[in-house]
Design a protein around this ligand. Structure first.
Ligand code: CO
Length: 212
């Protein structure tokens, strides 16, 4: 098991190796960040954004929470979104879920008396289940039901991004970013694309902002 001392030792080795292979590495990185991608993923330790797409520091702006959700009252996630879109001007946003997600699995069960706060976070996934209950319940095994809800949850989060004032304003003014919904498999390490939305995607009028 990793301890804080072993982590710090690993960090010193990493920093030393970086400078050895590229003496200007930290000087360059410390000046600015210009990532082209915002990643919204699950907090699960097995799905580290940069690692699974072989990205380097400076390439991806990352937000992770339980079950990769976009929630319209979550100032943490919305602040990340606003900064990524308005200041960094990312061209792409990726919502990446993963099969066998513990958060999605928990949402398919009863509320937990021990995890009262986490229950509230997962309530939004129960809403996704309710929207697609017939399709999900037609699947024969719990694993298939969880994994289909994982996919539907990703698609729902992409739609929720399109419902934000931040994305709608950027689409109107800049014609970007493109929003992608993906799912990662813990079994083979591969990412599959499920949905893409851009400024041409129709939005239900009840979610439309009027910026005029
Ligand atoms: Co997860």
């Amino acid at each position: 098991m990793k301890t804080i001392d072993s982590l710090l030792a690993e960090n010193r080795v990493w920093a030393t190796e970086k400078v050895a292979s590229d003496p200007e590495y930290f000087k360059r990185l410390s000046q600015d960040q210009k990532p082209d991608i915002l990643w919204i993923g699950c907090s699960d330790s097995r799905v580290p954004a940069e690692v699974i797409v072989n990205a380097q520091p400076g390439e991806i702006f990352v937000h992770r929470n339980i079950a990769n959700q976009v929630i319209s009252t979550d100032f943490n996630g919305l602040s990340v979104l606003q900064y990524a879109v308005k200041v960094l001007k990312v061209n792409h946003i990726i919502v990446c879920g993963h099969y066998n997600c513990g958060g999605v699995k928990a949402a398919l069960n009863k509320q937990s008396g021990d995890l009262l706060i986490a229950n509230k976070w997962l309530m939004h996934i129960k809403d996704v289940y309710r929207l697609h209950k017939d399709e999900i319940e037609a699947l024969p095994t719990e694993m298939e039901r969880v994994n289909r809800l994982v996919e539907l949850n990703v698609i729902e989060q992409v739609s929720r991004l399109a419902q934000t004032s931040i994305i709608q304003y950027a689409w109107q003014q800049e014609k970007q970013p493109i929003v992608h919904g993906c799912v990662y498999s813990l079994h083979d390490g591969l990412i599959k694309k499920l949905i893409t939305m851009d400024e041409t995607t129709p939005i239900d009028p009840i979610y439309l902002y009027d910026f005029s």
